[in-house]
Design a protein around this ligand. Structure first.
Ligand code: M6R
Length: 366
């Protein structure tokens, strides 16, 4: 059942090129002309009626929501709030009939997310579920559903569900931007074209895992690891940090790189591993200066950069390069080395990778 792999998690990591492709099938036009969602069929009026979007989810799905906020606000210019589901219900959220509530859940059974969905419905919101499980409770409760088509995810640590949630977010933001007219046709085509290249690029990243394995073995016994990045890189840092904590039990924290000097820099001392993501052009120089700040405290920095970046290597100890893509799609690629790092760290430490202590695959209690 593990198809020759040692764990479900690594099998599922390697299934990502296929999963990402399936998520796009029949949605991204072959001629790059646009995105279709047969399950939505939204009109200009439908999209114009959305004054605000509330994204609600837990854990990894919440991290996909943070990326979603960035994409929808940039491409479709609709304000987006993202909440952890267990908080949403208890803060009297400002949700009404002009709000679209988007809930994201791999399993479709997470109790807090389901309850948040019901709450949003009660407040009059239109609801859309993004889930991987057909006919799940969340799929049945929502007005509309987009399935991620990642195939069954067995390992507790979510991998292919996350990358396919990101693909859905990118398609949805492009779809809404195109309908609304905030996104020029040329940009739509660029995004479609970049989306269609993703499966091969994910595949390419999975071909050379040796350096990542080596880092994991080298740093796998450190007690603290920091992940830093700005904008979309920060969102991915959050996910990389959760993955490492969850399966390797290493204390990991993610910070918006610019936030470091407001406290956390005090923890950066000689030999502390810092994973620094620097894939976003518009904040690249700023991120580099944050990398220099941690290097000056003798941290060991592993940089995640875009292929072709000649500068980053001068400032970090090791670099992992990801293929160049549209800036809105980088999270789908940059998270892959972080998944692998977490996996190999857990293996190095002899952890129960697929069933980490204290955790369940789907959390059906509050
Ligand atoms: O099934 P869901 O997507 O609703 O699950 C949400 C979280 O419990 C889940 O993503 C969790 O954070 C993962 N174990 C992380 O790898």
């Amino acid at each position: 059942e593990k198809g020759g792999y040692e764990h479900f998690m690594i099998k599922e990591i390697y299934e990502q090129p296929k999963a990402v492709r399936e998520t796009m099938t029949s949605r991204v036009a072959k001629d790059d002309s646009g995105i279709t969602f047969d399950e939505l069929k939204w009109t200009k009026d439908d999209v114009a009626g959305i004054k605000k979007i509330a994204v609600v989810a837990c854990g990894t799905a919440y991290h996909a929501g943070i990326v979603g906020k960035y994409l929808i606000e940039n491409l479709a210019r609709i304000p987006v709030e993202v909440d952890v589901a267990s908080e949403f219900r208890y803060r009297s959220p400002l949700v009404d009939d002009q709000t679209l509530a988007i809930v994201i859940s791999q399993s479709g059974e997470t109790l807090d997310t389901l309850a948040a969905l019901k709450e949003a419905k009660n407040l009059g919101a239109r609801t859309l579920a993004i889930t991987n499980v057909v006919g799940s409770s969340i799929a049945r409760e929502a007005d509309q559903v987009i399935y991620t088509w990642a195939g069954p995810e067995i390992a507790v640590a979510s991998t292919k569900a996350y990358t396919t949630q990101l693909v859905v977010m990118a398609m949805l933001a492009t779809y809404m931007g195109a309908i609304k007219g905030t996104l020029a046709q040329e940009k739509v085509s660029e995004l479609c074209n970049a989306l269609r290249e993703l499966p091969n690029q994910v595949h390419e990243l999975l071909e050379d895992v040796e350096p990542i394995k080596t880092f994991a073995q080298q740093y796998g016994f450190n007690e603290d690891v920091f992940f830093i990045g700005r904008s979309l890189d920060y969102a991915v840092a959050l996910e990389g940090s959760l993955k490492l904590k969850e399966i390797s039990y290493i204390h990991a924290e993610a910070y918006a790189a610019g936030e470091l000097k407001h406290g956390t820099l005090a923890l950066i001392i000689e030999g502390v591993p810092v994973i620094a993501l620097a894939t976003q052009h518009d904040v690249y120089e700023k991120t580099l200066s944050n990398i220099k700040e941690v290097k000056a405290r003798d941290a060991v920095v592993i940089g995640i950069g875009l292929k072709g970046d000649k500068q980053i290597e001068k400032y970090v100890d090791h670099t992992i390069f990801i293929p160049a893509t549209n800036k809105f799609l980088t999270p789908i690629l940059s998270v892959i080395p972080l998944q692998l790092l977490a996996y190999y760290a857990a293996v190095t430490r002899g952890c129960d990778v697929d069933k980490p202590r204290n955790l369940a695959k789907s959390v059906t209690v509050e």
